[in-house]
Every structure is written in C-alpha cells, then in structure tokens.
Design a protein around this ligand. Structure first.
Ligand code: HEC
Length: 345
C-alpha cells in the first residue's frame, strides 16, 4: 500500500481511478441518452415526411403557377383597361362624388332638425297636458290656452313628419348617387378583388413551401436534443392523434400518426396495441394489435371483427374521426392510390 498518502491516509491513486471510471460512465450514459433521443424512429419518419411534404408543396406551387401566372397577367391587363375606361368617366365620377357630399350634408342638417323637432314635440306635449290638467282642476285656466297649446303641439308633430320625409329623401338621393358611382367603379373593384384572391392563393402555396422546407443540415442540427427544444416551431409537423402520446423533453406530446408509424416495414406492423377507434360498443378493450399488412388484400374482411368488407371501408366508413391514420384529407383518387398500394404488399 505504497500509494497511501502518509498525511491523509487516503489511497489517492485509487480515488483517481474511481473518479475516472465513474466520470467516464456518466459521460457515456449522457451521450447515449442524447443519441437515443436523437435516433428515435419517429424522428426519422418526421424528417422523411417533411421532405416529401416539401416536394409536394413545390409541385403544387409549380402546377398552380402554370395556371395562376397567365391568369394574373390577363387580369392585370384587364385591370389596366378598366382603369383607363374609368379615367374617361372621371368627370362623371367627380360629379357623383359631389352629389353624394351634397346629399349627405343635407341629410345631416335635416336629421339635426328632426332631432330638434322631436324634442319640441315632447315639450309641446308636456305644455298641452299641463294646460288640460289645469282646465280639469278649474284653476282659472281658459279653454283657449289649452287649445293654443294643442295647436302648437299639432304643428310640431306635422313639422316632425315633414322632416322625417326630408331626411329619408336625402338619404335615398345619396343612395342612388352612391349606387351609380359604385356601378361605374365596379369593373375595377371586381378585378382588384380577383387579383387579391389570386395573390392570396399564391402566397398560401409559397408559405406551405417555406413551412415544409427541410434543409438538410438545418433540419438535422435542429433536431439535436435541447436545440430542438429551444426551437419549438420545428416540432412534430405531421398530423397527429391526441391519444397517442410520446415522451418528449419532459412532456407528453402526440405521436406522429401516419400509416408508417404503426405499420412500419418489413411486416408493416409495430407489434403494438392501439386504439384506432375501430372498436364496437360491445368490445371490452378498445385497443387492438396492429396487424401486419403483408398480403392484406387477400385477408378480407378487415379489422378485428371483420366489419370492413373492403379495404376502402376501413377509411370511408370506420375512420370518421381520423383515429386510424389521417384520411379526411385524402381525395377519392388518393384513397384509390393507397388501396392499390396496399394490394401490392
Ligand atoms: C395508431 C396506429 C395506426 C395507424 C396510424 C394506422 N394503423 Fe392501420 N391499424 C392499426 C390497428 C391497431 C389496426 C387493427 C384495428 C382492428 O383490428 O380493429 C389496424 C388495421 C389496419 C388494416 C386492416 C388489416 C386487417 O387485416 O384487418 C389496414 C389495411 C391498415 N390498418 C392500414 C393502415 C393504413 C393504410 C394507415 C394509414 C392511412 C394506417 N393503417 C394507419 C393501427 C394503425
């Protein structure tokens, strides 16, 4: 025991060795943890999937550009023509705008007078009521006084009626002029709306391309544990089912829900149980083993109780809530393609 330090009576070399051994083990464990997280199968599917989505988005954009671009160009020329035509009618437009202003000013004034008259009617009614009341109590009041009050009241009521008509007339005249102006401007406005709609459609496609952009290094680097956590907008982008959760940085997050998640090659089964919403009310357990899909076409009827007679029915009848893969966004043609693909397995 030469290594024992006479001052401390510790085996210093032995301690160093122990320290080295456990540190190395810790390091290996941490590296392994990171790798295990990074290497999870669904992350690879996610990367693959994004690549495909990106390709799809680009194709969609290319295809749309083929029709949208010429349409846009034609709309632009039409717009220029329409604007030119409208310029020729500029005098008419100015006249109409002026008319609208005049009618509006009149309507505003008359409306003010109308509100005034309304007050006058109320107060005249009050004075008339009071005169009648005094007459009833015979406090030396005269009939003539009450009659005069009534006359005043009637006059205000009539004025109010007249003003109401005048306000309505001014409004109607304004409406007519506005409608005429709108009718003149309509071709231009309609074209502008169409152009906006097209631009929006293009912008949406562009955004989809950007959102699915899956640049090789950025994608891989961002997916490193913790880096990914710091950059949450690159989280699982595929459509997901809430009921399938996976551990993800101390949180439960929905597992990706694509056919391949549950039916991975070679046998097209993950050999796990899932609730894909295929249970019947009489089933005790809603989860079923994920079947393998080799030669699936020959194994009709489908699902655990054979309630789907054809492959189509699995999705058209028994997947109303997208619990068994996402099928709402599949067109009839897409579904046919999927079925044809399944037949080849
Ligand atoms: C959440 C996991 C999961 C996903 C996602 C999923 N499946 Fe399934 N699949 C299952 C389970 C579980 C069953 C068995 C259900 C049953 O028997 O009622 C099944 C059954 C099937 C069957 C019927 C097989 C048979 O012999 O009865 C086919 C075909 C199938 N899946 C194909 C697909 C396709 C195609 C997709 C993508 C659109 C898909 N699955 C997505 C888990 C999944």
């Amino acid at each position: 025991m030469k290594a024992i330090d006479p001052e401390t009576h510790y085996n210093i070399i032995g301690l160093h060795r122990q320290m080295f051994f456990w540190s190395a083990l810790l390091l290996v464990t941490v590296v392994w943890m990171f790798w295990a997280d990074y290497d999870r199968e669904w992350k690879k599917y996610q990367v693959e999937f994004l690549d495909k989505e990106h390709q799809k988005a680009q194709d969609a954009k290319k295809q749309a550009s083929g029709t949208i671009d010429p349409e846009m160009a034609s709309l632009q020329t039409q717009l220029a023509d329409a604007e030119g035509a409208l310029k020729l009618k500029q005098d008419e437009l100015t006249k109409l705008a002026k008319e609208i202003d005049t009618h509006e000013a009149l309507r505003f004034r008359k409306n003010g007078e109308f509100l005034d008259a309304d007050q006058q009617v109320k107060s005249a009614k009050y004075f008339w009521d009071e005169a009648e009341h005094e007459l009833l109590q015979a406090k030396g009041a005269s009939r003539a006084h009450a009659d005069a009050a009534k006359e005043k009241y009637d006059l205000w009521v009539k004025t109010l009626g007249d003003l109401k008509v005048e306000v309505e007339e001014a409004q109607a005249a304004k409406d007519v002029a506005s409608a005429q102006k709108k009718a003149l401007e309509k071709p231009v406005l309609d074209l502008k709306d169409k152009i906006d709609a097209l631009a929006l459609a293009l912008a949406k496609l562009d955004k989809r391309v950007q959102d699915t952009d899956n640049e090789y290094w950025a994608n891989r680097v961002r997916r490193i544990p913790f880096v990914e956590m710091l950059n949450p907008d690159i989280k699982i982008k595929q459509v997901q089912v809430d009921s399938l959760l996976d551990d993800y940085y101390f949180a439960k997050v929905p597992h990706v829900d694509r056919c391949i998640t549950c039916h991975p090659p070679p046998k097209f089964t993950s050999q796990r149980k899932f609730d894909v919403g295929s249970s019947s009310p009489t089933d005790d357990n809603k989860e079923f083993d994920t079947p393998q899909l080799l030669n699936v076409y020959q194994s009709a009827p489908y699902l655990h109780d054979g309630k789907a007679t054809t492959l189509e029915e699995i999705w058209t009848r028994f997947n109303a809530r997208d619990t068994h893969g996402i099928s709402v966004d599949l067109s009839k043609a897409d579904l046919n393609d999927l079925i044809e693909y399944l037949k080849t397995l």
